[in-house]
Design a binder for this molecule. Structure first.
Ligand code: ZN
Length: 474
């Protein structure tokens, strides 16, 4: 029973599947919605799609955002969706913000599960809000329970190595064991870094050359090597909570605390249980590596104090990646970041000095903008603008008259002021002192001493004329 309140029966489909709930696949939603549309006599105009995005991350749901943008166009009157949950989980305050454009565009929502949802109708609004509140609360509870559960097991040192999967270890049912192939790599990295002249990049390059599969991604980077070197778990310690990523609740210093949407990360003291499982590196090696990392960090931050004009703008000719700057004895140099981060397997040691590069750019700018023909073009363009902005003759006459008047006022004021000053110089010192105080009141634009009632009226007019140039009182 399609109630055609709005012109047309044009509909769009909104399909979404989130990471946490994959029960209703996109194709099955599409089939159901197409069936539904046919039964109600709707014509499907197009579909909007969001995959693997949670219902409350609305700002990341680009399909939803595009649909919201299009709602004002008047192309469609109905959004068809599997259920209200697919459409979105908003808390009631956010809901208004996200839904308003649909409402203003006269678009309504229809779901296979809950039927028609009318944002115009009060009952519809209430039902919608209550449902939404339920969903938002559900997500929040889930987050809190998860965080709490994790925290409880972390306190007891259960849950594997603590936190997410750790390269070199596997865990199940509270047991942790070493994966020897990975542990070998970890030990090698620690050992290598302690050798003289070793660098994070050198280690990454070496691993890439030997085609060692990295813990994450395709290649070893400086950052992945550093992460391994800083991971305390390799000494056999259970570590939980050094990174904090709960959506609504987070853990701080062993407590579950609510988290605001605006909070990016919450720094926290991790929960640590030493000697919880077999170590891959000794505490002594780990400590030496940490000291070395700190020492080296000091060096790099000093070097990074300079900003590089062309960093990220210059592209590597081989890999087309961005080039970053560094300082050598001969001056600033840009080098391929891919090589810099991953070593020689991915690209080459491509570098270019800044000085000739800047000279070349300056020359180009001069040719393009400061050459005689370019300046000529600029002059012509300016003249055209001036022509358009030129005042009409009547305005000019008025302007001239007004400025003459203003200059006249100014001259008179100055004359009177200087004669008043002369008069006050001739006055006896006692009366001068008596008169001084009222003249101090007010703004600082008065540098002329005042001594009589006459001058106080003068002060008023001089002030007003200085504020309003067209004043004609004098
Ligand atoms: Zn490159």
């Amino acid at each position: 029973m399609a109630q055609r309140i709005l012109p047309g029966n044009a509909a769009v489909l909104y399909l979404r599947m989130s990471d946490e709930d994959q029960t209703t696949s996109i194709p099955s939603q599409r089939v159901e919605l197409t069936k539904y549309a046919r039964s109600k006599g709707y014509t499907i105009l197009r579909e909007y799609l969001d995959e693997a995005i949670s219902g409350d991350s609305t700002e990341k749901r680009f399909g939803f955002l595009a649909m919201r943008e299009a709602a004002g166009s008047g192309e469609f009157a109905v959004i068809l969706c599997w259920d209200q949950d697919r459409f979105g989980r908003f808390d009631p305050l956010d809901a208004g913000y996200w839904i308003y454009p649909f409402r203003r565009g006269g678009v309504r929502l229809e779901t296979v599960a809950q039927g028609k949802i009318d944002w115009e109708d009060l009952t519809g609004q209430l039902i919608y809000s209550v449902n939404q509140l339920g969903k938002a609360q559900f997500l929040r509870d889930l987050s809190r329970n998860t965080t709490r559960g994790l925290l409880a097991s972390a306190r007891e040192g259960r849950a594997g190595t603590g936190g997410p999967h750790c390269y070199g270890y596997r865990s199940a049912d509270g047991k942790v064991w070493i994966i020897e192939d990975e542990a070998k790599v970890v030990r090698w990295i620690f050992g290598e870094y302690l050798k003289a002249g070793a660098s994070l990049r050198g280690i990454a390059a070496n691993l890439n050359r030997r085609k060692m599969p990295p813990p994450r991604g395709k290649v070893w980077r400086v950052s992945s090597v550093r992460a391994i070197l800083q991971r305390r778990k390799y000494t056999g310690s259970f570590v939980y909570g050094s990174r904090n990523a709960g959506k609504y609740f987070a853990m701080r210093d062993g407590e579950v605390i609510p988290r605001r949407k605006s909070d990016k990360t919450i720094s926290a003291e991790p929960i640590i249980h030493p000697n919880k499982f077999e170590a891959i590196v000794s505490q002594e090696v780990f400590d030496r590596v940490q000291r070395r990392l700190v020492d080296r960090k000091g060096n790099t931050t000093r070097r990074q104090a300079r900003q590089y004009l062309l960093a990220g703008l210059v592209k590597c000719g081989d890999c087309n990646g961005a080039m970053g700057g560094s300082t050598r004895s001969r001056g600033a140099v840009y080098h391929c970041r891919t090589y810099h981060q991953t070593g020689s397997t991915s690209c080459h040691r491509n570098a270019i000095d800044e000085a000739p590069l800047v000279a070349c750019i300056v020359r180009k700018i001069q040719e393009r903008y400061l050459s005689e023909p370019a300046l000529d073009r600029l002059r012509k363009a300016l003249e055209a603008v001036q022509d358009r902005a030129r005042p009409r003759p009547r305005d000019l006459v008025r302007l001239v008259a007004r400025s003459k008047n203003f200059l006249g006022c100014l001259a008179q004021t100055l004359n009177r002021a200087s004669s008043a000053a002369r008069m006050s110089d001739r006055m006896p010192p006692s009366s001068k002192r008596r008169q001084k105080s009222p003249a101090v009141v007010g703004s600082g634009i008065r540098s002329v001493p005042r001594a009589s009632r006459k001058t106080s009226s003068l002060r008023r007019s001089s002030m007003s004329s200085s504020r309003a140039p067209s004043h004609r009182a004098l």
